[in-house]
Design a protein around this ligand. Structure first.
Ligand code: MN
Length: 187
């Protein structure tokens, strides 16, 4: 796993995003973060700590707690571990320019085996313990359209599943600071 692509896309003299060498988890429990990112298009970035970096997927429609709503998740470049703490504004003209909110955060565990093996196999069945997202979720590589980067994020059928709930609408604010997108933008 490498952060070369992450580094190439960004000018760290201009953006406040963490530098690629920064940080690593020393506390044991693997973390996940979901960042709401309003760049040219609003999307949600789902990141799992695996092998010392944050493996990352861009989810155009965001996660759902309804098991029948499978959400396209497009794998993007690895992000440094410290990216989990990034909430703020990426300046205009920079890659991904716009507002980033820590929409959800917490720890996760794969249901079977280890996360790196699940990633390599293209099926990551995990239990999320976030502030908003909880219970079983699966990331499944579909290679739709012949593209390796195409995965689906699917809520598992458990006590945390809810077919009526629109969690993005009901819990729109930062899980870290409670701020709205507007408040982060105007910081
Ligand atoms: Mn993004």
């Amino acid at each position: 796993m490498t952060l070369n692509e992450y580094e190439k896309k960004r000018d760290f003299a201009r953006t406040g995003e963490p530098k690629p060498e920064a940080g690593a988890n020393t506390r044991g429990q693997a973390v996940f973060v979901v960042q709401r990112h309003k760049s040219s298009r609003l999307h949600y970035d789902f990141r799992l700590e695996i092998g010392g970096v944050l493996k990352s997927w861009a989810i155009p429609k965001g996660p759902s707690v309804n098991p029948s709503q499978k959400r396209l998740a497009v794998m993007v470049e690895d992000h440094p571990y410290d990216y989990k703490d990034f909430e703020g504004v990426i300046p205009e003209g920079e890659y991904g320019a716009g507002t980033v909110m820590i929409w959800d955060e917490g720890t996760y565990a794969v249901v079977e085996g280890d996360a790196a093996a699940a990633l390599a196999a293209g099926v990551i069945k995990m239990v999320l313990d976030g502030k908003k997202l909880k219970g079983i979720f699966s990331l499944v590589q579909t290679r739709m359209g012949g593209k390796d980067e195409n995965w689906l994020l699917i809520k598992g059928k458990d006590d945390h599943a809810d077919r009526e709930e629109d969690i993005l609408q009901r819990k729109p604010d930062s899980a870290r600071t409670g701020r709205t997108m507007e408040e982060i933008t105007q910081q």
